[in-house]
Design a protein around this ligand. Structure first.
Ligand SMILES: *[C@@H]1O[C@H](CO)[C@@H](O)[C@H](O)[C@H]1NC(C)=O
Ligand SMILES: *[C@@H]1O[C@H](CO)[C@@H](O)[C@H](O)[C@H]1NC(C)=O
Length: 416
């Protein structure tokens, strides 16, 4: 009886999902006939999962996925509530024969760092590869169990060699992807990465790891187009959201960050590489105690561009560097040498940004002499110092910028 009820709920949920998608216009080919099709449910317990947090459930998950993925009807894989599923590295591949939903109601838990991980598997924990029309939801938890990885990171102590650690969730080459209502925690490294995807919606995620955990970025986006990230809370030891090369048409809205490193575009153009980032809007973000707020960072010697970028409606609460463009970014053991070429940074708007800076350098525009930043606009910015004596200031170098409304601290060079 209980399982019948569950099947019913899931069917109902899927109908909402399909209906929602039709309204969004996200998945084409979703016809009336599809909507009346019943979805098929694949409970991982039917494929041998234990859900006791001790037995390895990797195979059961993989099997449930394979069956669901070959279903002609829309499929729902259920990971039931109230249980913990120990899962090693696993790949969920597509394309599937119909749309597919992974309902994580319980907890997926990674084994700790140790012999469970091999060189071959330690880049990804759970990898979704080439899936079209995927929804991952269910209100459950994805726990990377990262403590031992962090302890043995070279960023924790120079005694340890710098080694690869897994990204908890990777979405590679997915299209029409929706992630909604999930808790991601204690990832080994990056919590989730969206790579080579298009038409992605990320909604209501809660991402949590200690502020001291190394490289635990919240959401990483690269080589992807048409991505929306909405209503997320992200507290980690690294970037809240990192936006990398070949991101285009990204909209980020209603995010709470901190602790962590804030929202960053880049780093771009390392090792003389070419980068293209275009049309990114970050709107409505509150940052608590992060090292950066709104940041664009590029290495010397790179090529390409980062353009048409808006950071607006942001509240900084004790952020070390609230507004930063840094074309001289250098994160290497040896100093980076001066180079002429650079990733061109243009048409960047910082609008309605207020709050407190934890360092005196509230606005920093450190641009390249060879390829100066241009089209930089500041509008209604008010950043003050809290618990520090003195006044907030701005520094700039090779930046062509204008202001409108009140901008405080006052820009250091003005053109226009
Ligand atoms: C779905 O989109 C593809 C690519 O844009 C197009 O070729 C195809 O005709 C569309 N299918 C429907 C049913 O609209
Ligand atoms: C910019 O991206 C948004 C989505 O964030 C999209 O709606 C808009 O059409 C894009 N603009 C251009 C010029 O491509």
């Amino acid at each position: 009886m209980a399982s019948n009820v569950c099947v019913f709920c899931a069917t109902l949920l899927l109908s909402f999902f399909l209906f929602g998608v039709v309204v969004d216009g996200d998945i084409n080919g979703t016809t009336r006939r599809d909507r009346s099709l019943e979805s098929k449910v694949f409970d991982v317990h039917r494929y041998g999962a234990h859900g006791d947090g001790r037995h390895d459930d990797t195979k059961a998950l993989a099997k449930a996925w394979a069956e669901a993925c070959s279903s002609l009807q829309p499929a729902i894989v259920i990971i039931p509530k109230g249980r913990r599923y120990l899962t090693k590295h696993v790949t969920f591949s597509g394309p599937c024969r119909s749309s597919i939903m992974l309902m994580i109601e319980g907890t997926l838990m990674a084994p700790p760092q140790g012999s469970h991980w091999s060189k071959k598997t330690n880049r990804h924990w759970i990898l979704f590869n080439g899936v079209i029309g995927l929804t991952v939801t269910g209100g459950g938890t994805v726990d990377g169990n990262g403590r031992l990885w962090w302890q043995k990171s070279c960023k924790t102590s120079s005694r340890f060699p710098c080694k690869q650690a897994p990204t908890a969730l990777t979405f590679y080459s997915c299209k029409n992807l929706r992630l909604e209502n999930l808790e991601l925690m204690n990832s080994q490294q990056i919590h989730m990465s969206v790579e080579d995807c298009s038409h992605v919606k990320i909604v209501r995620l809660s991402i949590t790891a200690p502020g001291t955990s190394p490289n635990t970025d919240g959401i990483h986006i690269t080589r992807s187009r048409h991505v929306h990230v909405t209503d997320c809370t992200i507290k980690t030891g690294d970037d809240c959201i990192s936006i990398e090369d070949r991101t285009q048409n990204l909209h980020v809205k209603n995010i709470v960050c901190g602790p962590g490193h804030g929202i960053s575009i880049g780093s771009l153009g390392d090792h003389g590489s070419e980068a293209h980032v275009n049309n990114v809007t970050v709107d409505g973000v509150v940052l608590h105690g992060t090292t950066n707020g709104a940041r664009i960072k590029t290495w010397q010697g790179g090529r390409g561009y980062a353009k048409n970028i808006v950071f607006q409606n942001m509240i900084m609460d004790m952020v070390w560097n609230p507004i930063v463009i840094d074309q001289n970014y250098c994160d290497s053991a040896t100093p980076c040498k001066k180079q002429k070429s650079a990733v061109e940074v243009s048409n960047v708007l910082f609008k309605n940004i207020r709050g407190t800076s934890a360092s005196k350098e509230a606005i920093k525009l450190s641009c390249s002499a060879g390829v100066p930043c241009h089209g930089i606009a500041l509008e209604n910015v008010k950043l003050t110092l809290k618990d520090v004596s003195g006044v907030a200031k701005s520094t700039c170098e090779n930046a062509i910028w204008r202001k409108s409304g009140t901008v405080d601290p006052h820009p250091c060079t003005l053109s226009n």
